[in-house]
Ligand binder design. Structure first.
Ligand SMILES: *[C@@H]1O[C@H](CO)[C@@H](O)[C@H](O)[C@H]1NC(C)=O
Ligand SMILES: *[C@@H]1O[C@H](CO)[C@@H](O)[C@H](O)[C@H]1NC(C)=O
Ligand SMILES: *[C@@H]1O[C@H](CO)[C@@H](O)[C@H](O)[C@H]1NC(C)=O
Ligand SMILES: *[C@@H]1O[C@H](CO)[C@@H](O)[C@H](O)[C@H]1NC(C)=O
Ligand SMILES: *[C@@H]1O[C@H](CO)[C@@H](O)[C@H](O)[C@H]1NC(C)=O
Ligand SMILES: *[C@H]1O[C@H](CO)[C@@H](O)[C@H](O)[C@H]1NC(C)=O
Length: 365
């Protein structure tokens, strides 16, 4: 009863402080992370060997490869569409355009810094030439410092953060065994995320959306790992993912206290995807286990587009597009859940509400 009363008070406060006015305020999104978000940064980094810049990547929506690791749009693309702004360009593409003089400004709808293959640990897949998330943040900071991005724009923008799948997948690779125990490894990852959020806040960021990892232990690429079962998800890996997600959510819950004036939401991608996997037909899936595009066990032993690959008839009926990544259909379902879903999908508020908050109104939750 007491709790209920307190809850009601907080709710009233929340409504009081949120100006849910008609004018939609968010005009830009800045994106950090790995292949889930990468819109082509690696394509402009010739030194990087983690690529999706060849057919049939992009074939369902763009009808050509863009560097995205799926057959169409990613979650960042869909959310931009829901807000009513254009899809964010890869940073490296925007930088080339500014440097070669074809434009004088960075795009007003935000910039995508994500690099496929990267992790939250700076060393993850470094040998493959990926851009670590710490470096992605430095790239953003430089744009702010050099006044390419207006501080007032930073305050009003959404920031998307999704990373960690590669760190956890690599933990189970047979070569180069990790020295840390699983819990310590997860803690090391969370420490990096915590530092990243501190830096974003110092740069003026006030609206941060942090997305949980999906069920990484279910990716078809687990066929590479000798210890992983084929007929079901790799339990040990998913246990680690869930530990990371839990610690991540705690971190996000503390942001309003640790970073006054900031609003942060936690997107429960893991539970959302597991929900699709539990009742696949309701969501239009005929296959939630193997890759639409690839070859070998689960379609997970050959990268889509590489020598010897096969492609399925209807990608939109598969949960996985390639050995690691969801199809556009899966991304669209996840995006809808994050945009307008209830607290079982994203909390304390969904992206639609977050995007609707106007400036100068503090949230008390
Ligand atoms: C500059 O870079 C942009 C983006 O990559 C490209 O589309 C354009 O053709 C380039 N322009 C010149 C003059 O090189
Ligand atoms: C290219 O990648 C290698 C690692 O594969 C790295 O040592 C080197 O610094 C990178 N070069 C550039 C120009 O980024
Ligand atoms: C930054 O934004 C403020 C407020 O919208 C505006 O007055 C100012 O001109 C902008 N500065 C630049 C460099 O765009
Ligand atoms: C796929 O893999 C199988 C064996 O795993 C091989 O026989 C076949 O040639 C590969 N490529 C295609 C296009 O089927
Ligand atoms: C929240 O959404 C989920 C998935 O759409 C649904 O199953 C659940 O019943 C909803 N819960 C509430 C409290 O509305
Ligand atoms: C928030 O955004 C929606 C569009 O998604 C818009 O139609 C609506 O006016 C806004 N809602 C509120 C409560 O301000």
């Amino acid at each position: 009863m007491k709790k209920m009363k307190l809850y009601a008070h907080l709710l009233i406060l929340l409504i009081f402080f949120l100006d849910l006015s008609s004018c939609r305020d968010v005009q830009s999104i800045f994106i950090f992370g790995d292949s889930v978000f990468d819109a082509g940064n690696n394509r402009f980094n010739k030194n990087c060997s983690v690529q999706a810049d060849f057919p049939p990547y992009g074939s369902t929506f763009f009808h050509h490869p863009t560097g995205r690791f799926t057959n169409g749009r990613t979650v960042a693309d869909f959310i931009s569409q829901f807000i009513g702004i254009g899809m964010q360009q890869p940073f490296l593409e925007a930088q080339i355009a500014v440097r070669n003089g074809s434009t004088k400004v960075y795009p007003p709808n935000g910039v995508n810094f994500a690099s496929a293959g990267s992790g939250v640990l700076p060393g993850t897949n470094k040998d493959w030439g990926v851009t670590p998330i710490q470096e992605q943040l430095r790239q953003f900071q430089t744009l702010v410092d050099q006044k390419w991005i207006n501080k007032s724009v930073v305050e009003r923008s959404l920031f998307f953060l999704e990373s960690g799948s590669n760190d956890i997948f690599n933990y189970f690779l047979p070569f180069d065994p990790p020295t840390l125990e699983p819990d310590a490894y997860v803690q090391a990852m969370i420490k990096e995320v915590s530092n990243l959020i501190d830096q974003l806040y110092k740069a003026g960021t006030r609206r941060i959306a942090v997305f949980s990892l999906g069920p990484v232990g279910c990716v078809p690429a687990r066929a590479f790992l000798h210890r992983a079962p084929i007929d079901r998800c790799f339990g040990m890996m998913n246990v680690m993912v869930k530990k990371y997600n839990k610690a991540l959510e705690n971190l996000v819950n503390n942001i309003p206290t640790t970073h006054p004036g900031a609003i942060a939401v936690y997107g429960a991608v893991y539970d959302t995807v597991q929900h699709f996997r539990a009742i696949p037909t309701r969501y239009g899936f005929s296959d939630v286990s193997s890759a639409c595009c690839g070859n070998g066990t689960l379609g997970g032993q050959v990268q889509c587009g590489k020598e010897g690959y096969k492609i399925c008839q209807n990608p939109e009926r598969y949960l996985f597009w390639d050995y690691f990544h969801p199809t556009q259909h899966t991304y669209k379902l996840i995006s809808k859940a994050l945009w307008s879903g209830n607290k079982s999908r994203i909390r304390p508020i969904n992206l639609k509400t977050l995007a609707n908050l106007t400036q100068n109104h503090k949230v008390i939750t």
